[in-house]
Design a protein around this ligand. Structure first.
Ligand code: KG4
Ligand code: ZN
Length: 342
C-alpha cells in the first residue's frame, strides 16, 4: 500500500511516499531562513510560504519515488496540532489530491507521528521499538512523556507545565543572540563547553513527579546574564550553552528512565526536534544501557518535522479504508490547532 504523507503544521513543508513502512521518497522544504530574522516562526509568513512550497514538495516526492500519482492508495495529512494557517494549506492540498484520485484521506496527529517515527527507521544501529514503550516527545511545542502500549493506545505520564524544552532553548538562544532556532545553535556551541560551569535549576525533582518546567531555567539564564553584565563569547559562551543543555537534558533523562520503570517498559523512544540533540542522545544512551533498557531514536531527518512520519502513521489508519475500497469522503476535514494526544 502506497501512502502519500503531507506535513505543514509549522515551518516545514514536507511530502513523502511510504510503502508499507518503507520510505520511497521524502522531501522537506524548510522555512528556517525566512523566519530567522524575526527570531521565531511568523505564522502569516509560514502559511504564505507553504502555498508556494507545497507544489514543489509534491512534485519532488513523486519524482524521487519514481511513482505515478495513480499508484497512490491513500493520503495522510497532519490535522493538528499546529498553526492554523499552515495546517490549512496541507489539508486543502491533501483534499484536492485525494478528491482528484478518489482515494481515502485521513487526518493524523502530529505528535503521534513523532512518537511512532522510529517504527520507520532508527539511528546508529538502534533497534526499532517494541510495545510497550515510553515515548519522550520533545519539540518546540511539546514535552510529553507517554506510555505507548500499541498504535493508538496512549497514556499520558507527564508533560511540561510551562514552556516546551525546545521553546525554552529557543528563548535562551534569543537571549544570547544566536539565530533561530536557538536549540540547534546551543547544541553546536555546547560542544567543548563545561556543563558544570553555571548552576541552573532542575524543576520538580520529586521522585513521583513526571512533569517538566523550564520557565525557571529561562529566568535563571536571564539573571546570570545580568550578573555577568555581558553576552558571553568564546569558551564562556560554550560553557553557558553546555550548562543550559545539561539542566534540560538532566530533567528529561531522569524522568524518562523513571517513567520506563514505572510502567515496566523495556524500550525508551525519543522523538521530536530536540531528539536531534547530541547531549540528550548521549545521556540517554548511557542511562538506558545502565538500566538495561533499549533506546530507539529516529535518524535526524525523521526527528524534526517531516511527512514520512505522517505517512507512516497514516498507513495504520488508511489500511481498513483501502481494503474496503473506500473513495474520498473527507470533504469536511478541518484543522485542529490545539488537538491534545493524551
Ligand atoms: O519537532 P520540531 O521540528 O517542530 C515542532 O513540532 O516544534 O522541533 C523544533 C524544535 C526547536 O525548538 C529546535 O530548537 C529544536 O527542536 N531542535 C533542537 C535541535 N534540533 C532542533 N534542540 C536542541 N538540539 C538540536 N540539535
Ligand atoms: Zn514536531
Amino acid at each position: 500500500m502506497k501512502v502519500l504523507g503531507i506535513e505543514s503544521s509549522c515551518d516545514e513543508c514536507s511530502a513523502a511516499i511510504v510503502e508499507d513502512g518503507k520510505i520511497l521518497s521524502h522531501v522537506i522544504a524548510s522555512q528556517i531562513p525566512l523566519h530567522a530574522k524575526y527570531g521565531g516562526v511568523v505564522p502569516e509568513l509560514a502559511s504564505r510560504a507553504h502555498i508556494v512550497d507545497i507544489v514543489e514538495v509534491f512534485k519532488g516526492a513523486f519524482k524521487e519515488a519514481g511513482v505515478d500519482r495513480n499508484e497512490i492508495d491513500g493520503v495522510a495529512v497532519t490535522k493538528g496540532p499546529g498553526l492554523i494557517g499552515s495546517l490549512l494549506v496541507g489539508i486543502e492540498a491533501a483534499k484536492a489530491f485525494a478528491y482528484a484520485q478518489n482515494i481515502p484521506l485521513v487526518g493524523v496527529h502530529h505528535t503521534e507521528g513523532h512518537l511512532l517515527a522510529p517504527l520507520l527507521g532508527t539511528a546508529d544501529g538502534m533497534e526499532k521499538p517494541a510495545f510497550p514503550f515510553v515515548g519522550l516527545v520533545v519539540s518546540g511545542g511539546h514535552t510529553n512523556l507517554i506510555a505507548v502500549r500499541g498504535v493508538g493506545q496512549y497514556e499520558g505520564i507527564g508533560h511540561s507545565i510551562d514552556d516546551a524544552a525546545g521553546e525554552a532553548l529557543d528563548k535562551v538562544g534569543k537571549m544570547i543572540g544566536v539565530p533561530y532556532p536557538g536549540g540547534v545553535h546551543i547544541d553546536k556551541l555546547a560542544v567543548g563547553g563545561n556543563p558544570h560551569a553555571f548552576e541552573f535549576p532542575r524543576a520538580l525533582p520529586q521522585h513521583d513527579n513526571f512533569d517538566f518546567s523550564f520557565s525557571g531555567l529561562k529566568t535563571s539564564v536571564a539573571t546570570q546574564l545580568r550578573r555577568i553584565g555581558h553576552i558571553p563569547e568564546g569558551q564562556e559562551l560554550s560553557d553557558l550553552c553546555a550548562s543550559v543543555l545539561e539542566a534540560v537534558v538532566d530533567s528529561l533523562a531522569r524522568k524518562t528512565i523513571r517513567a520506563a520503570k514505572k510502567i515496566g517498559a523495556q524500550t525508551v523512544v525519543v522523538a521530536g526536534g530536540v531528539s536531534a540533540n547530541r547531549r540528550l542522545r548521549e545521556r540517554l544512551k548511557n542511562d538506558c544501557a545502565n538500566e538495561g533498557l533499549r533506546l530507539s531514536i529516529p535518524p535526524l531527518k525523521l526527528c524534526t518535522d517531516n511527512a514520512a512520519m505522517i505517512a507512516g502513521l497514516g498507513t495504520f489508519q488508511l489500511r481498513p479504508l483501502v481494503e474496503a475500497h473506500k473513495g474520498f469522503e473527507a470533504f469536511d476535514m478541518q484543522p485542529l490547532p490545539g488537538w491534545e494526544l493524551v
